[in-house]
Write a protein that binds this ligand. Structure first.
Ligand code: GLC
Length: 753
């Protein structure tokens, strides 16, 4: 209907009022549509881990119900799979369900960085690390769009908390913005080319994201080449005219009678160049053109059983085995054994988070029932709730009952987790603890039965310190969707070996988190004071102990790493540096298993403060007992670079970089190194450059000595190392105040300063 050329002819046929209206949605879930010209509307719908289709009316908080759909693991679980292929398959499955429901654009994935574990929406986000977030996010977009449905990567950008989310200004320095908060979006945009991007609610350094020209046009479009449509988060537009000028194409939902009128008035008064409006309208028309187009169902049905099996496979792959003392897991019960299953979450599973992503799950596996049906004939499974969800007055009775059940069992499986009220879109958490009634139960059970296995259901990091030592094994299952119950049974009984790895650090205490002193901010501002030191980058920088580090996860087998080797081609100077790192990985255990081999680049001392190590590659391998494979990583210049706030670009410092291959960020198995040579690019020296900077730059020092010689002054002072140490940090243009030193105005003139 509106192919490229016809889009421009359509544009010429639209009135100003129609163009303005096209830059607003039609209602909470529809956009486009000009009946007079036969332009159809398109349908958008949440949500990242399952379709939240509201055919009639709707809301952004997930209270109003939605069409039944498969509820897959939420992003924090999917991020723990470290498996982009799995993420892609889930994206495709969500898109298949979207086609049945005439949805043209799925509003996901959410890939904001987990700056603090307190963020209420962390269950909807992938990781504290930009590479992992970007790889998983791009795979989800690939999966969705591979089915002919649009994706919408969100929330662009620096949306890392729920507190005051619509008004707060994320005050973030340029390096942290470029090295931490934008790279995941950059990877998704440049590699998966999403049809749409959703801007975030918050301000970035004082400017609303919905009208942030640098973000929406200069970076997103001019630098990264994004050619799709930018829509607002629902209600995120502060000034619709300024938003058009900044590159925001579509306001959702429509602020009809206000935004469209403002656009028309602004164009008529000359305050808004009509070409900017036309550019947005063209992108709306292009989206309508590429959408599967709401209307007759693109597909009559989807295979709900197959999707449920995928959800079960995924939930198992997302689980992280944090500890497994005495190889307690997998359980191998025999007839006559008794296993106590304790915890209300075994009967009332928590499998997703609250808010706009909330799916009306087609079915829900109850962990207790699934476990009962999975154990061998003759094994007795006895249940006790143990606690109420949240604080309840019956806790003492429930706890005593649970202790009795545990005492009589051979093994105890205890289901713990965060109540739904503790984490949601719209507000942040205030602590990391599990509810007191749950924490109090752990030592009481361990006292009567030390064979205690804990299964966790939570959307983001919880504090394990304080109770974790009482458990033999801890399985972190996150919020893993409608099939989590079956997956947990598969994992506990060894049908599937756990292969998840932490996508976020589990700190010992909230106070240890890098953002602690600056979260969630105050008086409309949140200062990103930790800079690039987010997550493991921060914990490592201060050598802080953690409960479990980024990238950690155990399996039911063991893996050996050997034979690291590195080859280098090209160079940073010719901008074609390529570093290939390889190693062998072998399954040395007795069970098949999957290992996530992680590659970290360890930065040398540099002109700027840099993280000790940064994830620059990972590979998930599936190995039978005794089987080996070669893992290979290919690094480019960007993997060794930092963002220079002087040059406003990526810079590599010369030096020796470590190449650390490990099973987690703190379990490094192999190391190698690579020397990156950078010809001493003459520093950008000026009058404000210090004497030390002039002297440490070969060309600068030569020019300075030459200028001094030509002026007939003495250069002796420059040879005095003690003197240089004391006044070397003075800007060279200030040194004329010390006549005895020999830097005169004549010399500054000769240097062109
Ligand atoms: C919400 C969320 C966004 C969601 C949108 C539509 O407020 O921030 O992620 O897609 O509104 O429900």
């Amino acid at each position: 209907m509106t192919s490229g050329s016809s889009a421009s002819s359509l544009l010429s046929q639209l009135t100003l009022e129609e163009k303005a209206a096209l830059c607003l949605g039609r209602d909470i879930w529809h956009a486009g549509g000009v009946e007079r010209l036969g332009i159809p509307t398109i349908v958008m719908s949440d949500g990242p881990h399952g379709l939240r289709r509201q055919p009639d009316g709707g809301d952004i908080v997930g209270i109003g119900g939605s069409v039944p759909a498969t509820c897959f693991p939420t992003a924090s679980a999917l991020g723990s799979s470290w498996d982009p292929e799995l993420a892609r398959r889930i994206g495709a499955a969500v898109a298949d369900e979207a086609l049945v429901q005439d949805v043209d654009v799925v509003l996901g994935p959410g890939i904001n960085i987990k700056r603090s574990p307190l963020c209420g929406r962390n269950f909807e986000y992938v990781s504290e690390d930009p590479l992992l977030s970007g790889v998983i996010g791009a795979a989800i977009v690939d999966g969705i769009q591979g089915q002919g449905v649009g994706a919408c990567v969100k929330h662009f950008a620096v949306n890392n908390q729920e507190t005051d989310r619509v008004r707060v200004s994320a005050d973030v320095d340029e390096r942290a913005l470029r090295e931490i908060y934008l790279p995941a979006f950059e990877r998704v945009i440049t590699q998966a080319r999403p049809w749409t991007v959703m801007c975030s609610y918050n301000l970035v350094n004082g400017v609303p994201a919905s009208q942030h020209h640098v973000l929406l046009t200069e970076i997103l479009r001019d630098e990264w080449g994004f050619d799709g449509l930018v829509m607002s988060d629902w209600g995120a537009v502060a000034d619709r005219v300024a938003a058009v000028a900044a590159g925001l194409d579509l306001e959702m939902p429509p602020n009809s009678g206000i935004s469209d009128v403002a656009i028309v008035d602004a164009v008529r008064s000359g305050a808004l160049d009509e070409s900017l409006l036309d550019a947005s309208v063209a992108r709306v028309l292009a989206l309508v053109d590429r959408a599967p187009k709401a209307g007759p169902a693109q597909a009559d049905s989807f295979n709900a059983d197959a999707h449920h099996l995928l959800a079960r496979e995924a939930a198992a792959e997302c689980a992280v085995l944090l500890k497994n003392d005495d190889a307690t897991l997998p359980l191998q019960p025999s007839p006559g054994d008794t296993i106590a299953v304790i915890g209300e979450f075994a009967r009332t599973p928590r499998y997703q988070g609250a808010g706009s992503s909330q799916v009306n799950a087609i079915r829900i596996d109850e962990p207790l029932a699934e476990f009962r049906s999975a154990v061998p004939e003759g094994v007795d499974v006895v249940f006790a709730p143990g606690f109420g969800i949240g604080e309840t007055e019956r806790d003492d009775l429930l706890a005593s009952e649970a202790v009795d059940v545990a005492r009589r069992a051979g093994t105890v499986v205890l289901f713990l987790g965060l109540p739904a009220i503790d984490e949601s879109e719209g507000y942040d958490r205030v602590h990391l603890e599990l509810p007191a009634n749950q924490v109090a139960l752990v030592p009481r059970l361990a006292e009567v039965n030390p064979r205690l296995v804990v299964v966790l259901a939570n959307g983001s990091a919880v504090q394990v310190a304080g109770w974790g030592s009482h458990a033999k094994a801890i399985l972190e299952c996150w919020l893993s969707g409608q099939a989590a119950g079956g997956a947990i049974a598969d994992l506990l009984l060894g049908r599937v070996a756990p292969s998840g790895r932490l996508a976020e650090t589990l700190p010992l205490r909230l106070q240890d988190t890098p953002s602690y002193l600056n979260f969630p901010g105050e008086l409309g501002h949140v200062r990103y004071g930790e800079g690039v030191f987010v997550g493991y980058r921060g914990f490592d920088a201060v050598d802080r102990d953690v409960s479990y580090p980024f990238g950690h996860g155990l399996s039911y087998t063991m893996f050996e790493y050997a034979n690291p080797r590195t080859s280098v081609s090209g160079s940073a100077e010719t901008d074609d540096l390529r570093v290939t790192v390889q190693a062998e990985v072998t399954n040395t255990g007795s069970m098949r298993g999957r290992e996530v081999v992680q590659l970290y680049v360890e930065n040398p001392r540099s002109a700027v403060a840099r993280p000790i190590r940064e994830l620059r590659g990972f590979s998930k391998v599936d190995l039978a007992p005794g089987q080996s494979t070669t893992v290979a990583f290919s690094l480019g210049a960007r993997d060794f670079s930092y963002w220079s706030v002087q040059r406003h670009g990526w810079v590599i410092d010369p030096g020796r970089y470590g190449l650390a291959i490990g099973a987690s960020s703190r379990d490094i198995r192999l190391t190698d190194q690579v020397d990156v040579e950078i010809p001493s690019a003459s520093a950008q020296l000026d009058g404000n450059s210090s004497l030390e900077e002039w002297m440490s730059d070969p060309e600068g020092a030569a020019a300075l000595r030459k200028a001094i010689d030509e002026s007939g002054a003495s250069a002796e002072a420059l040879a005095d190392e003690e003197l240089i140490r004391v006044i070397g940090n003075f800007p060279i243009a200030r040194l004329t105040v010390f006549p005895g030193f020999g830097i005169t105005k004549e010399i500054l003139d000769k240097l062109g300063l």
